[in-house]
Design a protein around this ligand. Structure first.
Ligand code: ZN
Length: 301
């Protein structure tokens, strides 16, 4: 069992994260906030630091585990519902690894932080360490839903079923991919809409060229476009198409329509414009994918 104070801090940190969701609705928090802004009984508790496995000095066991964006497509994700978290170093008995093993043995929930861009973390809680894979020097981590935790009391109201655990973890991993994709695309386009140059982050989306339900619809920058909400919806519904040579095309029937200023200035006047592209050539949209998508646009009625 975890000491009471340590447990109380842990539960308070979960509530604090939840209270910040209106401010960070996609679960992406700045690392400064995580490191500096949480207080328990007027004392600052640092929730993340230099080490990947982090234990605040006021607590008995680690509170968070952190990983970096390079690893998003490698073996960190064993399947779509499990995360492999590597030991610190290669000594299974390093005190930091022992701390995490204690969390596993005592079913203590943790905060998982994954760096999606510099200084920004996708945060998920609670996660539990499920297995200790000494042979591969790593732990297996899974997400769970908050309903399994009672403050001040026994941690578990009963074991969640395998299905529930898988569901929670899969949601976490999907969110992780989406947030990473959004960050990488918005950064590549310097936070502009590629069609109209609008520069207000809350009004921008990372649009998929080929939808994420399809085989080629991977969440990579070259399958992405930074678009404002209206142009994203117009692109998805084939009102606007993008040619493989990066020009904006408005569907003919829409071009001939007479409506208010949004249609006139926001859509019709974009026709024939060149797309605003990332300076970095390797981040530009794939011409092959645009070609596939543009054919779909041309066939749309
Ligand atoms: Zn736009």
């Amino acid at each position: 069992m975890e000491e009471l104070l340590s447990h109380q801090i842990r539960m308070a940190s979960f509530d604090w994260l939840k209270s910040l969701l209106p401010q960070f609705p996609d679960f992406v928090f700045p690392s400064k906030v995580l490191a500096n802004d949480f207080f328990f009984k007027k004392e600052r508790i640092v929730l993340t630091g230099q080490q990947g496995i982090w234990k605040p000095k006021q607590m008995q066991f680690p509170i968070s585990i952190k990983s970096r964006s390079e690893s998003i497509y490698d073996d960190e994700f064993i399947s779509d519902n499990r995360i492999k978290y590597r030991y610190m170093g290669d000594n299974p008995n390093h005190w930091v690894n022992v701390g995490l093993r204690n969390c596993m043995n005592n079913k203590i929930p943790l905060i998982y932080m994954h760096e999606v861009s510099k200084g920004k973390y996708l945060v998920q809680w609670p996660v539990f360490v499920m297995f200790d894979d000494i042979k591969n020097l790593s732990f297996i981590v899974e997400a769970q839903t908050k309903s399994y935790i009672l403050p001040e009391n026994e941690l578990m109201i009963g074991e969640p079923s395998e299905v529930e655990r898988r569901y929670a973890t899969r949601q976490m991993i999907q969110r992780l991919h989406q947030s990473t994709f959004r960050e990488l695309v918005l950064i590549a386009y310097k936070e502009h809409c590629a069609i109209c140059a609008l520069r207000h982050r809350p009004l921008l989306d990372a649009a998929h060229i080929i939808g994420d339900g399809e085989i080629l619809g991977r969440a990579i920058v070259t399958n992405g476009l930074s678009l404002c909400k209206i142009h994203h919806a117009a692109f998805d519904s084939n009102i606007i198409g993008i040619t493989p040579d990066y020009h904006v095309h408005v569907r003919e029937d829409i071009l001939n329509e007479i409506d208010g200023p949004m249609l006139k200035f926001g859509i019709q006047q974009m026709h024939g414009n060149k797309l605003i592209l990332p300076t970095n050539i390797s981040s530009r949209p794939s011409k092959e994918l645009l070609d596939i998508r543009y054919n779909e646009f041309k066939n749309a009625v």
